[in-house]
Design a protein around this ligand. Structure first.
Ligand SMILES: [Zn+2]
Length: 331
């Protein structure tokens, strides 16, 4: 199944970047989650990211945080909501929380007016690394809490516990953990070092991207890559290599990125359902198509874009400046 997703990446560093192998800029400090008194104390000095009906606020590449005092002050405009501990900054131990809530009525405070909140899809491309990391965690966690108000075993209510890292059933005390759905994303190449991209009918006209899909039960990532590429593009891959992974909380995925080589480029054919058009590109063809506005690449923030850029610039004389467009997620 094709995802309406690009996967992220936030930098144009091709392939296995240093960032990909480094620690998250936020220490999740999971050892604190069971200490309710400590969490209450940390809340008082926390940068609190309000996630209001799934929306967040951002300005000039930075998230809009609230203080505990702000949250208190806004209590007439918002439901009391739930607090989720996101972790500590690695430099200085600043605590971060998400506050999942809903509007009761529009507050007069400019900072939390309806129109200043948007989805992570809309603002994610502008966020710098630390804020993107926090937003990915907060939105993914809030998405899960919002959709798991009841126990999947007995149907009773569940309550957030351990700083928001689990929900616990009030009737049978069973613990329910946030789920993350793995999805592969793959850059398909042929022996001549061309790449194969596909177009989904729901995407903007002329936008092409890599292939992606959810991993099914009992399936390895590599098997999923083979299946998805064959289902959507009609080609078998014979060489599959892992590149990197990426949190993708829309609503709850992690994208596992691969490149794959096929010896049968001529069999490529769109499935006509999810993928309505496919096309092989050499570097020259890609450059020309972009220059003539006949090709729109996936957004800068996507891992799809990172893979395409990595391939394009791997050969001397091919500059990232050739790959214009795709600054916004939806354009
Ligand atoms: Zn239960």
């Amino acid at each position: 199944m094709m995802l309406c997703a690009w996967g992220d990446a936030s930098s144009l560093t091709p392939y296995m970047s240093a960032r990909n192998q480094s620690l998250s800029p936020i220490d999740r400090a999971s050892e604190i989650r069971a200490d309710a008194a400590k969490l209450s104390l940390l809340w008082q000095s926390a940068q609190i990211l309000p996630v209001i009906d799934g929306h967040i606020g951002a300005n000039d590449g930075q998230l809009r945080f609230l203080t505990a005092e702000n949250v208190e002050f806004l209590s007439a405009s918002f439901e009391s909501g739930e607090r989720y501990f996101l972790g500590l900054a690695r430099d200085g131990a600043q605590p971060y929380f998400a506050w999942r809530t809903s509007w009761i009525n529009e507050p007069s405070d400019e900072a939390v007016k309806f129109e200043s909140f948007r989805t992570l899809r809309e603002v994610g491309g502008d966020l710098h690394e630390v804020d993107l990391t926090l937003a990915m965690h907060a939105v993914g966690l809030c998405n899960w809490h919002a959709t798991h108000p009841r126990c999947s075993r007995c149907g009773a209510e569940t309550m957030s516990d351990l700083g928001g890292s689990v929900r616990v059933c009030v009737a049978d005390s069973s613990q329910h953990h946030p789920r993350t759905d793995p999805a592969i994303i793959v850059l398909v190449k042929d022996g001549a070092d061309r790449i194969l991209l596909g177009h989904q009918s729901i995407w903007p006209e002329k936008r092409f991207s890599t292939f992606a899909g959810f991993v099914e039960p009992g399936e390895s990532f590599e098997e999923c890559v083979s299946r998805e590429v064959f289902e959507e593009a009609g080609v078998y891959c014979n060489d599959i290599n892992y590149l990197r992974s990426q949190a993708w909380p829309f609503p709850a995925s992690v994208m596992i990125a691969f490149e794959a080589i096929t010896d049968h480029p001529d069999t490529a054919k769109a499935d006509g359902v999810e993928i309505t058009e496919i096309q092989w590109f050499s570097r020259q063809e890609m450059k020309a198509a972009i220059a003539k506005a006949e090709l729109l690449l996936p957004p800068m923030i996507s891992v799809a874009r990172t893979m395409i850029t990595g391939w394009y610039t791997a050969k001397a004389g091919h500059s990232v400046e050739d790959l214009i467009g795709g600054e916004a997620w939806r354009s």
